[in-house]
Design a protein around this ligand. Structure first.
Ligand SMILES: *[C@@H]1O[C@H](CO)[C@@H](O)[C@H](O)[C@H]1NC(C)=O
Ligand SMILES: *[C@@H]1O[C@H](CO)[C@@H](O)[C@H](O)[C@H]1NC(C)=O
Ligand SMILES: *[C@@H]1O[C@H](CO)[C@@H](O)[C@H](O)[C@H]1NC(C)=O
Length: 481
């Protein structure tokens, strides 16, 4: 039996009981309780129809029929009960801070990580309102976990501090605990930074969940996660300017949508529709999956995903969509880019810092361009050439209107003579690097000749025979092994 059907049956039980009692007032009362209860079971968001200044708790009244067992709901703090103005006209900073403070001071249920009180799933409900905020909503108390803020809009005021974040999981104290918060959920929120700062800051926290948020008008970062681990950003939309692409002001887009300055975070199913940089990563072991970046075209100086962790990258970018923008990786060491679609001449750039590239797979991607001769993988060696190149595989990508590049190349050269040369420069990513060659010498006619590999420098493979002979030479080279 589905929840709704079940709720409907309960409704009839109530209806019958109230008929028996013949008390209209009691019926209304029961109906309201029932509505509250069905709202509770129908939705995790449990929007109570009765805002109250104290946390709403639903408990069965003594007159409830004994067949129904109701578990108490989580604590819900309604911000309007604290005087927040849902019309967005009056400053709601203090009211919402008070609700946050009360929630953080609320009863706890043991601990999560050592020292982090479990708030049991308390909720700060924005009640679908639009609130004007003049100071960062910095959590005033640390060492708390299992709390959700959800369901409304926060907008920075015209005097909001330019280095502030609307929602700020950090502490001003210089000697905070190792982890400030654990399992804080921010969901179903629209954050409008009003070109005065950023959306969400998460510092030294564990298991933070940012889900179904729309973050706009940031000038610094839409979201920054620094230290801690496991900030999970899901199903969200970020853009400095509200646009659907082809924006006239695109050249002027600035700011970064998501800044991951910590380890073990994940960004999944996220659209970044404007910003100078879509995602910048400077911590290890982050996963980016299902990201659609059309933030600022490469041609205008934008970058979709910037991996700024030279020497130890440990990043996976999969199943994503780089739309007129690309990926830059500084000295990548352990990087996978796969099953990603690059549109509009988007490409991957490996940028040398100390000349190291090690353990890189750029495989099974699709690239589409406009026949401008753009290579799908490019090197930026302006700081010096790549010198250590190990375990790099760029292969099995497909292209339309762009130049295919890879670390593996193969081809056939045919001729009547004593020397066969195949130039792999048009295909190979790295200059003057062939680590492995395999060739097949296939003379025509009934002849046996001596032949040998003579030279592989400058990505040119030369095979020679001792006598003149018409032959086909099939060659495969690899830069990665
Ligand atoms: C971009 O910024 C420049 C310099 O601030 C300004 O002159 C120009 O009008 C802006 N362009 C658009 C389309 O907003
Ligand atoms: C290959 O070149 C030699 C010498 O020029 C010539 O004698 C021979 O007929 C050629 N073979 C073929 C198949 O063209
Ligand atoms: C291979 O060819 C290069 C020119 O491309 C030349 O400088 C080098 O000496 C050759 N090496 C050998 C072993 O012949």
């Amino acid at each position: 039996m589905g929840e709704k059907t079940w709720a409907l049956s309960l409704f009839f039980i109530f209806a019958c009981l109230s008929n028996v009692y013949g008390n209209v007032h009691s019926y209304d009362h029961q109906l309201r309780k029932l509505q509250a209860f069905t709202a509770e079971i129908a939705s995790r968001d449990s929007i109570s129809p009765f805002p109250s200044p104290s946390p709403t708790r639903f408990s069965p009244s003594p007159s409830s029929p004994s067949v129904i067992t109701v578990t108490p709901s989580p604590k819900v703090y309604h911000v309007t009960s604290y005087g927040a103005d849902p019309t967005g006209k009056l400053d709601s900073t203090q009211a919402i801070l008070q609700a946050i403070s009360d929630a953080l001071e609320g009863p706890s249920n043991g601990f999560l990580m050592q020292g982090i009180s479990n708030l049991g799933g308390a909720q700060i409900n924005l009640e679908g309102g639009n609130y004007l905020i003049s100071q960062p909503l910095q959590f005033p108390i640390v060492s708390r976990g299992n709390l959700m803020i959800h369901g409304g809009t926060l907008k920075a005021s015209d005097d909001f501090p330019r280095d502030g974040y609307l929602l700020d999981l950090s502490t001003s104290s210089s000697n905070g605990p190792e982890f400030l918060f654990e399992f804080i959920t921010l969901r179903d929120l629209l954050l409008d930074a009003n070109f005065r700062g950023g959306g969400i800051q998460v510092i030294n926290s564990l298991r933070t969940s940012i889900d179904n948020c729309y973050i706009t008008h940031f000038t610094t970062n839409g979201i920054i996660a620094k230290g801690g681990h496991e900030t999970y950003i899901r199903n969200s939309f970020l853009g400095q300017h509200i646009t659907a692409g082809g924006d006239k002001g695109e050249r002027n887009f600035s700011g970064t949508a998501i800044n991951l300055a910590g380890n073990d975070n994940s960004v999944t199913d996220v659209v970044i529709f404007s910003a100078e940089i879509g995602v910048i990563v400077s911590g290890q072991a982050n996963l980016l999956s299902g990201i659609h970046c059309y933030n600022k075209a490469t041609g205008f100086g934008g970058t979709g995903i910037y991996l700024k962790l030279p020497g130890l990258t440990q990043t996976r970018i999969v199943d994503s969509y780089l739309d007129y923008t690309g990926i830059v990786a500084e000295d990548p060491v352990q990087l996978t880019i796969s099953n990603t679609f690059f549109l509009g001449d988007g490409f991957v750039k490996l940028k040398s810092i100390n000349g190291v590239v090690n353990g890189v797979n750029i495989v099974d991607n699709m690239f589409s361009g406009s026949n401008k001769g753009i290579d799908i993988v490019q090197l930026d060696q302006s700081n010096g050439p790549f010198k250590t190149i190990e375990q790099v595989v760029v292969d099995r990508n497909n292209v339309k209107g762009m130049n295919l590049k890879g670390t593996i190349g193969s081809g056939v050269v045919e001729g009547n003579g004593t020397s066969w040369t195949m130039d792999f420069n048009p295909i190979l990513v790295f200059p003057n690097l062939i680590k492995h060659v395999q060739y097949t010498f296939f003379p025509s006619g009934n002849v046996f000749v001596n032949h040998a590999l003579r030279n592989i420098s400058n990505n040119k493979v030369i095979v020679e025979s001792n006598v003149q002979v018409p032959a086909r030479v099939l060659v495969t080279v690899d830069q990665g092994k």
